[in-house]
Design a protein around this ligand. Structure first.
Ligand code: SGN
Ligand code: CA
Length: 515
């Protein structure tokens, strides 16, 4: 009697551990994250400036979230949110200087405890060694585009080649050769690209050679209706890009002493093999000669900088797209497609010249938005485009749910699985909360705010300044409506909603600056 009860309990336990939320076998999970890839540079997200055929394929086969946002538009904080399913003030990584406490619950560690084999390759950026992984090989800090160095449990090593290719090679090798084929797996592939300093691979150096990339409507924004935050930033294409480091124009006098990040430019080129260096110079030297001859000034110079910047950024993305394709092809070839969830996200968005900027941080749309595509054959509706407001905050619970693993109550997001299945939960959130608190590089004022389907309210505590945008009438966010009588009632409601969210997400009282 006791023996058969034991057997029944054992059966129930084993079944629970090997079946996903929908009663199928636990799916494998391949999670691809890029660094600073704006949705506006994905053709499935209506890009006006590039084509990403392999990401589009993923979207056609899976579900694309049209309104996916980050909670904190900067790298390490966003990564900590993805991993823990908690806002920055809960997980402790509020800016890029904070050190991640790897003892807290993350979706990889919970999947590992549930029997998943877990592996991580590429950018990590959380300062402490990864936890919750059976195998990891990560870039130190921001990593390098050429001859990237990897840190592992055993030490460091450099691999010749281009970082996006090398990271994918490592992931594919693990997928096809190294993993234990008898267990479900989580494979995280986290690219450096397309992060600054936007160095393309040699196979894409000539892409966009003879084309003009369309300029954003707000390239020459004058910030006239805004708080001082937009004027005080140091991330403008006009004033804050370095000729060598960012724009690939070395000084004409090789003996010239260089300032700022330009001092690192040569070191980055020296990481190339002689053959790569020859290809690089064959692409850039003639373009640079022509640029110097033109002697551009004023708006013409800004326009030239935009073209140089955006082409290199998009060339980095072309390589990401190729490598996502390699990964999808290998998943197919290994016969894994039907039982593998594939996720594509970026840690946040990026300014592709909107408001005259590069970088991220501000709560305006180009960096608040991120691409989020999830393919899960048999579960996620193929070709579906969801309009709900979703966030990086939701990913941990989504993947745990997909694996049939319970989420700890500490997590603050919501599983996206009903949306993947095509359901329309009536109580889906109608607003999101955002907070950014790093004051340093690029000089962006700390701020927090709320975004609904139609409106966005932002508060800059140190300036005691408000901004309010009507996103339906003003999608470019150039008309600040804070203090506009016509929007007074809307502003009052949004302030209340902002305060409600701060209480709901347990923002510490000391930070609660809205009465
Ligand atoms: C580096 C970049 C910045 C960038 C931060 C944060 N400078 O400091 O331009 O904003 O990273 O980026 S660089 O000269 O080192 O390229 S993040 O994605 O890691 O948050
Ligand atoms: Ca980033």
């Amino acid at each position: 009697m006791i023996r058969s009860l034991y057997n029944i309990l054992l059966f129930v336990f084993v079944s629970c551990c090997t079946r996903d939320a929908f009663g199928g076998e636990q799916p494998n999970i391949v999670f691809v994250m890029t660094d600073d890839h704006a949705s506006a540079a994905v053709s499935a997200y209506h890009s006006k400036i590039n084509q990403t055929p392999r990401l589009d394929q993923l979207a056609e086969q899976g579900t694309l979230f049209e309104n996916a946002f980050c909670t904190n538009g900067i790298c390490a904080p966003s990564r900590a949110v993805f991993l823990t399913g908690t806002h920055s003030h809960i997980n402790g990584v509020e800016d890029n200087g904070d050190v991640f406490d790897g003892s807290q619950a993350t979706f990889p560690s919970l999947l590992q405890q549930a029997g998943y084999q877990t592996a991580l390759f590429g950018k990590w950026h959380l300062k402490t060694d990864p936890t919750g992984f059976d195998h990891w090989e990560v870039l130190p800090g921001q990593g390098h585009y050429y001859s990237p160095e990897f840190v592992t449990k055993e030490g460091k090593h450099v691999v010749r080649g281009y970082c996006t290719d090398v990271t994918t090679d490592k992931a594919l090798n693990w997928l096809t050769e190294q993993r234990d084929q008898s267990r479900p797996f989580l494979l995280m592939v986290q690219h450096k690209a397309p992060h600054r300093s936007w160095m393309p691979g040699t196979d894409h150096l000539m892409l966009y050679e003879d084309v003009q990339i369309p300029e954003p409507e707000t390239l020459f924004d004058d910030y006239s209706t805004r708080s001082d935050a937009a004027r005080n930033q140091e991330m403008s294409i006009a004033n804050d890009m370095w000729m060598s480091y960012d724009l690939k124009v070395p000084p004409t006098d090789p003996e010239a002493s260089l300032d700022g990040p330009d001092r690192w430019a040569n070191g980055l080129l020296e990481r190339m093999t002689p053959k790569e260096r020859v290809q690089w110079e064959a692409a850039f030297n003639p373009r640079n000669d022509e640029f110097i001859k033109k002697n551009l000034h004023g708006k013409d110079l800004v326009r030239w900088k935009y073209q140089r910047y955006i082409k290199n950024y998009l060339r980095c993305i072309a390589s990401v797209d190729d490598n996502v394709g390699r990964l999808l092809d290998s998943i197919d070839a290994a016969g894994l497609s039907d039982n593998t969830v594939v996720v594509y996200v970026s840690d946040q968005g990026f300014y592709l010249g909107e408001h005259g900027w590069y970088d991220k941080r501000f709560m305006y749309e180009p960096s608040l938005r991120l691409p989020m595509i999830i393919r899960w054959p048999g579960q996620a509706v193929a070709g579906q485009r969801r309009q709900e407001l979703v966030q990086n905050l939701d990913m941990a619970q989504t993947l745990l749910d997909a694996a049939g693993v319970a989420s700890p109550s500490r997590m603050q997001g919501r599983s996206l699985t009903p949306l993947l299945r095509g359901e329309a939960p009536e109580d889906w959130r109608s607003s999101i909360y955002y907070e950014y608190s790093e004051k340093g590089i690029h000089n962006v004022e700390p701020h927090y705010g709320v975004r609904t389907d139609q409106y966005k309210l932002i508060y800059f505590p140190e300036l005691d300044a408000w901004e309010l945008y009507d996103l339906h009438k003003d999608p470019n966010e150039v008309h600040n409506r804070a203090n506009d009588e016509a929007y007074a009632a809307i502003q009052k409601n949004l302030r209340e909603e902002l305060q409600r969210l701060r209480v709901h997400y347990q923002v510490p009282a000391v930070k609660t600056l809205v009465e």
